[in-house]
Each structure stands twice: as C-alpha cells, then as structure tokens.
Design a protein around this ligand. Structure first.
Ligand code: BDR
Ligand code: CA
Length: 313
C-alpha cells in the first residue's frame, strides 16, 4: 500500500490529541512530522503536548517542530476554558523524553514541501494557520507543490464558538487564515458546520473505551472531559469533535460531502473578527477557493477513529 504523506500542524488541544493519535494509528498515512503552533494554550505547552501524544502512540520517531508563538499581527487568544490549563484536561500527563527538533516549524514545512515530490504532501491543519501563512510568505514557491490543505476552521451556518460569528482557529489568526485561503493551493475546509454533526455521544465514546488498549481509553477520557464543557454549552447529546475530521477526511473522503465555494475572512471588524462568510449561492461571482464540507456520516467517522486507534499501544 502506498502511504499518503502528511504534515500535521497543531495546537494540542484535546481534539488535536485524538486527531494525532488517529493519524499515528493509520497504516495509510506517513506522518512526516508535526509542526506545532500556539492556540488552545501557549506554544510552550502545545509543543510539549505534541511530544507526549507521540509517546502515547509509541512513536518517538516522529519529528516535532515548534513554530510560531503568537499570531501574525495580534496577541494570542487561548482556550483554557475549554481544554484546561495544560491543554489536555482529563488525562494524566508525563514529562516527555522525545526531543523537540531544533528546526523551526515554518522551515520544516518549507523544506519538506521542496524536498518531496511536487503535489504529494497533504497539510493537515488543526490549529490557527500562523505557521503555514509564514511559510507561504517566506517561500511562495511551496504553494504549487502542496497536494491539499485540509483544515479544521471556520463557521457559517452554525455561527461561531469563540465569538458569535467566528470559529476559534480562524479568529485567533484571521490574517494567517486570509493568506492561506487566498494562496491558490487546493483547500478542503472542515468548519463547525460539519464538526457539530460529528458528536461524541456516550455510545460513540464507549466504542473507543471498549478498545483493549491505552489509546482507546485516552481518547475516551479526553472526549468525556470535552463533553462536559460542550454539553453544558450546546445542551445536546454529545460534544462536537473537530480536529479528527481532518484526518478522517484524508483517510476516507467518502464519509464527507460539501460544495466548492468562495470563502473570505473578516480581518477588519472588531465585532466579527475571523468570521468566514461563505458564498454558498455564488452571489459574488468569485471563483471557488475551497471545498467547504457540511455533511458527515458520523457513525462511519467514529468507526474509522476506533479502527485506527485500536492499532496503537
Ligand atoms: C478548534 O478550536 C480548538 O479549540 C480545537 O482544537 C479545534 O481545532 C475548534 O473550533
Ligand atoms: Ca486544534
């Protein structure tokens, strides 16, 4: 089997952790490396969390690169109120021995895209888009070499989760998001409009807890903690599961559907900063810049997570 080469760019983050574990459990994916960004918690913690997650998966061979410590133009907004002070609330954390690479994440992204065959590497973006925007500005030649940018971010029909109109990843660094959405590479976007349909109901979490390994239990513990916050907020059965949809899309795109549309990013307004107006009906006449996903087979999605998590220690 020919593996799909991916870079995971992430700000772990509880749902990031489940996404990374799923990717590391899949024989279909070659995780070339992990680039880390500040987001859910500051960089100091997200880079350490990424190394802990690789060790949970028994994958101390994965290079982890620390990237940007804050958004391009604005102060960092974090989400400890969701993910806890460590970013990985709900599970015990250890001091990782997996070393951090000395190469900056932005340089890692640029080097990898230049070294690998053009059109072969998929970028799995699970946090604010700061690292990728920096890479594009630093080395515009990489854009033509990207196979697909699959990103969790944005919201339109569902409204926002950090402000009434904006989703967290885009709100944290709207300037980076605008750079990425305007870059011209193929982009697949997994917004709240789809992740709110991928809910971790108790039955689906139990599917993970029933796995006979540590990774299944870790994922179940993390999702149970996340659930407490989200169920309180959204008042529904099961918390939305965001970042793992990116990995699931790369593994099994048939689980998802959407529409090719033009999406912009609000960078000016204080009130709606980071909002992502979607031209669903083509009223602007602007060419589509993203494949915007709105539907998921949620049971199929959780089955895919369980299948891949089951291969880990
Ligand atoms: C996104 O924001 C973060 O809190 C999650 O990790 C996810 O990437 C959801 O809006
Ligand atoms: Ca994230």
């Amino acid at each position: 089997m020919r593996q799909i080469p991916i870079i995971i760019d992430t700000d772990p983050g509880q749902d990031d952790a489940v996404a990374i574990l799923t990717a590391l459990g899949s024989p279909m994916l070659e995780v070339i490396g992990i680039s880390v960004v500040a987001g859910n918690v500051p960089l100091e913690r997200t880079q350490e969390n990424a190394r802990i997650i690789c060790e949970w998966a028994g994958r101390s061979d994965i290079p982890v690169h620390a990237g940007c410590a804050r958004p391009l133009l604005r102060p960092l907004v974090t989400a400890e109120h969701v993910h806890g002070k460590t970013g990985l609330d709900g599970v015990a954390l250890h001091q990782p021995t997996l070393p951090l690479q000395s190469e900056h994440a932005v340089d890692f992204i640029v080097r990898t895209l230049r070294q690998r065959d053009s059109g072969s590497v998929t970028l799995c973006m699970l946090g604010p888009l700061t690292n990728l925007a920096m890479a594009i500005v630093k080395a515009p030649d990489i854009v033509a070499r990207i196979k697909d940018i699959v990103l969790m971010g944005g919201a339109y029909f569902e409204g926002g989760n950090i402000t009434p109109s904006a989703e967290f990843n885009i709100h944290v660094d709207p300037d980076a998001a605008a750079t990425v959405l305007g870059c011209g590479a193929p982009i697949t976007m997994l917004p709240l409009d789809v992740t709110h349909k991928a809910r971790g109901t108790p039955a689906r979490i139990n599917l993970l807890r029933a796995l006979p390994n540590r990774a299944g239990n870790l994922a179940a513990d993390i999702l149970t903690t996340l659930e407490r916050f989200d169920v309180q907020r959204y008042g529904v059965n099961g918390a939305p599961l965001h970042d793992p949809t990116v990995i699931a899309y790369v593994l099994q795109p048939a689980l998802f559907s959407g529409k090719h549309v033009h999406v912009a990013v609000e960078q000016g307004s204080e009130l709606t900063l980071g909002a992502t107006p979607v031209d669903w009906w083509g009223v602007t006449g602007k060419a589509a810049n993203v494949y915007y996903i709105t539907e998921v087979d949620a049971d199929g999605f959780f089955a895919l997570l369980a299948e891949n998590l089951s291969r880990l220690p």
